[in-house]
Design a protein around this ligand. Structure first.
Ligand SMILES: [Zn+2]
Length: 342
């Protein structure tokens, strides 16, 4: 069985539609009333959206359901699915902890509750029968005040066993007016030893090279080879890896077809910039990691050699993967599942 590392996956987008719909039906949720049969619900969640901002409204909908009392259910199901159906051995799961807290609490109480969320997810992820190492990336969010985003960093620093890094998510149209503050947050995070990634150069709104020096990896970043290839040598020098999530670009209206990714892989290779293939939202897209690989192969965007390079890069750029070496060597170590979970 091939074994993969997945570096870019959102908790809000990771629940496959059938698990999500069954939960809504059992909970008597209004959405289950609106979409009484599974097929209509699946069509609703997987429908391509016109923009990233519109797509993110779906995340808001899921976040409202993923709260303290339901997180264990969702996380345990997604770990099982990632292990059994996708051959994922190492998973970095990202989410905004603030948006999982109880909205009836005050801001400071919600900030306090974020730690409970992190620990619930950590507990639910540890399932010895499914030997998958899961670490959390905590997302700051472009709609949240600086105080909350700073608290996300503080929390990440103090939970090193469960959290492996921080990210910035939310509509990239909102970055521009807060650039000074965002640079400070990322610089501060790195100074405190955190690994960083950021949704950046994903759409044509997200061109903010000022943030690049403070990142270990770049969430998407596809617009760099497409529109700012002059930046690629800097990326290579810093050893930054692009987290490429093919299906997302179709679902958010960023690309009309995947052929542009051929240029992305080509120019990155030539410049010596690593690329990893990720799912972003395998549940909402209904496309799991092996199918992301297969789609790129069957459309001749990549060949098997490129696929292998991307798979190895994913392990090499993982924020918390303890082992050196190729997936084949990792397979050998799998004889001891506790070793993987440790
Ligand atoms: Zn993402």
């Amino acid at each position: 069985m091939p074994l993969h590392a997945e570096l870019h996956r959102h908790l809000g987008g990771a629940i496959v539609p059938r698990v999500f719909w069954r939960f809504l039906v059992r909970a008597g949720h209004p959405l289950a009333v609106k979409y009484p049969d599974y097929e209509s619900f699946e069509e609703f969640v997987t429908l391509p959206r016109a923009s990233l901002t519109e797509f993110l409204e779906l995340h808001t909908l899921v976040e409202e359901v993923q709260r303290i009392e339901t997180l264990e259910y969702f996380v345990s199901k997604l770990v099982r699915g990632a292990c059994v159906f996708e051959g994922i051995l190492y998973l970095e799961l990202r989410y905004s902890p603030f948006y999982r807290t109880d909205p009836s609490l005050s801001i400071s109480q919600r900030i306090e509750q974020m730690r409970t969320i992190v620990r619930i997810i950590g507990g639910a992820a540890h399932q010895p029968e499914y030997p998958l190492r899961l670490r959390q990336i905590l997302c700051m969010h472009s709609r949240l005040p600086a105080e909350v985003n700073q608290a996300v960093i503080d929390l990440a620093v103090t939970e090193p066993e469960l959290v492996c890094g921080v990210d910035l998510a939310g509509p990239d149209t909102l970055y521009k007016n807060r650039m000074g503050e965002l640079v400070q947050l990322f610089r501060g995070a790195q100074e405190r030893g955190l690994k960083t990634t950021c949704h950046l150069f994903e759409t044509t709104n997200g061109f903010h090279p000022e943030l690049l020096p403070y990142l270990n990896r770049i969430g998407h970043g596809i617009q760099i080879p497409l529109h700012r290839p002059d930046l690629l040598p800097q990326l290579a020098e810093r050893g930054q890896c692009l987290e490429i999530c093919p299906t997302s670009y179709l679902k958010t209206g960023t690309l009309t077809d995947l052929s542009a990714l051929r240029t992305v892989f080509d120019l990155c290779n030539r410049a010596g910039v690593d690329t990893a293939i990720c799912t972003d939202n395998p549940g909402l897209h209904n496309v799991r990691l092996p199918f992301e690989f297969e789609n790129l192969l069957t459309q001749d965007i990549i060949d098997f050699e490129q696929l292998r390079r991307c798979q190895e890069a994913a392990f090499r750029h993982a924020f918390s993967w303890p082992h050196q070496g190729s997936p084949e060597r990792i397979l050998h170590r799998m004889a001891d599942p506790e070793h993987v979970n440790a």
